[in-house]
Write a protein that binds this ligand. Structure first.
Ligand code: HXC
Length: 510
């Protein structure tokens, strides 16, 4: 008996060493943690339960039958984050470069199936050289099995990807189908074809970092939702994110203890809006002042900064925030900001997270690059996402809400539950100057007349009261009491029930 117990221990010790000490040292030398160290930091202490520690590949080509490391390059299992269950897989770069074999894929699929069945998030830590070259099509089949499960899990359980090393070729499509992708600066990259292929096909010379590093994907492509300095920070931030999310689409997000008075009055908000309507101000100030303890978890902070997306809590409950940012491009909607916000709104709606929309939008960005880029379809994504969302929706218009963008930004007409405006709100088809120049074109040569018409238009429309008279604004509120009003609004909507007509699925403009 003692021998058997000892054998188990010995086998475990060997399995835990993955590709061996030399390769572990090399992983550390690059500033990267090992697959198991990452799991330890991600999960609560001693909460990890491993599956398939001894699973080995079945390949017999290229001498592979002589190298059968236990676990086959991926560590899988489940554990808890602040006491709440999550499934996890972590690719082990020290074993065949973390490459994906048929059996490696089977291990991932097993935890994906369990996560869907048992209703808990899946966190994937990617650090892999891609398809296991020795296995050929068996490896490709394995990828597709993982992809299929990513699709089935979408909208059922939150899926989070951490990219902590290479992620190239078709391998990128598994993270791409998850809800959030986070990268580590300087040590991770993602691309469909690497620098060598790019050079051969297009003659472009580009480094792996330029082509698919964290900066590229958080600032240019928007593939990634955030980038962190190192593995430790990335894992800590994912723990923080998980705290905002429900375990699955049938549960509400967790309610956390809060130490912030829901009725807290912020007098400084009364002067947030500058005198001059063209002067920007920082919308993040409003978000922080509304949120419990000022805590805001921003998603896609470095991309399309003219719109802000992220999570706060109100009375301890998660709320998704979408807010125009007047500091960037005057807060207009364009292709990038519409896509960014649409995806965020759809995530919130999948997982029963109420949405707070803060509006200061002068309209859609004009120009050929926008039209050629399909701003019509991309803008429609946001409109569609808001219109189909059945979660509680509370909107506050702080200043401009012009034109189609007024409609898009969770207006009453898109089933907004509470639509508030500050007294500084201007709800109109367009700004007074532009409007005057169109409807009083004949007076364009006469500056005095145009000034008078502009003033007239401003008096008529540069306020929230016309919309309030029509019931499109439920109430004009004091800026200082925004937190109280919004918290009470969401509290009143906790039992909201709204269903869309039966359909197989919708056909959102893509
Ligand atoms: C098998 C692999 C491997 C792979 C790396 N290794 N990638 N083994 N299949 N795909 C092994 C190496 O042989 C080496 O083994 C160890 O992992 C570490 O690799 P190194 O090359 O020494 O590391 P490094 O210099 O850091 O380079 C990492 C790398 C490089 C950039 C990932 O290994 C590489 O380019 N690998 C091939 C990538 C690739 O072309 N993959 C297929 C892509 S196509 P030892 O024993 O020396 O430690 C694809 C299709 C998916 O993925 C399709 C899905 C639909």
């Amino acid at each position: 008996m003692k021998d058997i117990l000892q054998e188990l221990q010995d086998r475990r010790d060997v399995a835990r060493l993955g590709g061996g000490q030399r390769r572990i040292d090399s992983q550390h030398a690059r500033g990267k943690l090992t697959a198991r160290e990452r799991i330890e930091l991600l999960l609560d202490e001693d909460s990890f339960e491993e599956f398939d520690m001894f699973k080995a590949h079945r390949c017999t080509d290229f001498g592979m039958e002589n190298q059968k490391p236990a676990g086959d390059g991926v560590v899988t299992g489940w554990g808890t984050i602040n006491g709440r269950m999550v499934y996890v897989f972590s690719q082990d770069f020290t074993v065949f470069g973390g490459s994906l074999s048929e059996t490696h894929a089977e291990k991932i699929c097993k935890i994906q199936d369990m996560a869907i069945q048992n209703g808990a998030p899946i966190i994937g830590i990617n650090d892999s050289g891609g398809a296991r070259i020795q296995e050929g099509v068996a490896s490709l089949a394995g990828y597709a099995e993982v992809f299929q499960r990513n699709i089935m899990a979408s909208g059922v359980v939150p899926q989070i990807s951490l990219i902590m090393g290479p992620c190239a070729g078709g391998a990128v499509y598994s993270p791409a189908m998850t809800d959030f992708i986070f990268m580590v600066k300087d040590t991770s990259y993602m691309f469909v074809t690497g620098p060598d292929v790019v050079k051969t096909v297009t003659n472009e010379v580009v480094t792996a970092e330029e082509l698919g590093g964290a900066s590229t994907h958080t600032k240019k492509s928007s593939v990634a939702d955030g980038a962190f300095e190192n593995d430790v920070e990335a894992l800590a931030e994912v723990r923080r994110l998980v705290d905002f999310l429900p375990l699955n689409n049938r549960e509400k997000p967790p309610v956390r203890p809060f130490f912030d008075e829901p009725g807290r009055v912020e007098e400084s908000l009364d002067t947030l809006i500058p005198e001059n309507p063209n002067t920007p101000y920082d919308m993040k100030e409003l978000i922080h002042k509304v949120a419990d303890e000022g805590d805001f978890y921003e998603i896609q902070e470095d991309y399309a900064k003219n719109i802000i997306t992220g999570f706060i809590r109100l009375e301890g409950q998660t709320v998704g925030v979408v807010a125009n940012q007047p500091m960037i491009l005057a807060g207009c909607l364009d292709i990038d900001s519409s896509r960014k916000a649409a995806r965020f709104v759809r995530f919130c709606d999948c997982f029963e997270i109420p949405i707070l929309t803060l509006v200061d939008v002068p309209g859609f960005l004009p120009g050929t690059s926008q039209e050629y880029g399909g701003v019509i379809k991309h803008g429609a994504k946001l409109l569609f996402a808001y219109g189909e969302a059945t979660v509680p929706k509370v909107t506050v218009i702080t200043r401009k809400a012009y034109g189609g963008a007024y409609d898009v930004m969770a207006s009453k007409h898109l089933r907004g539950d509470f639509n508030y405006a500050w007294p500084t709100a201007e709800i109109a088809v367009m700004g007074a100057k532009g409007a005057t120049e169109i409807i009083h074109r004949a007076d364009l040569g006469d500056a005095d007349k145009i000034a008078a018409h502009t003033k007239d238009y401003e008096d008529r429309f540069a306020n929230p009261f016309v919309a309030a008279e029509k019931g499109f604004i439920d109430e004009v509120i004091q800026p200082r009491s925004t937190r109280r009003r919004v918290s009470r609004a969401f509290a009143s909507l906790r039992n909201k029930k709204l269903e869309n007509p039966w359909k197989k699925h919708d056909n959102i403009p893509l």
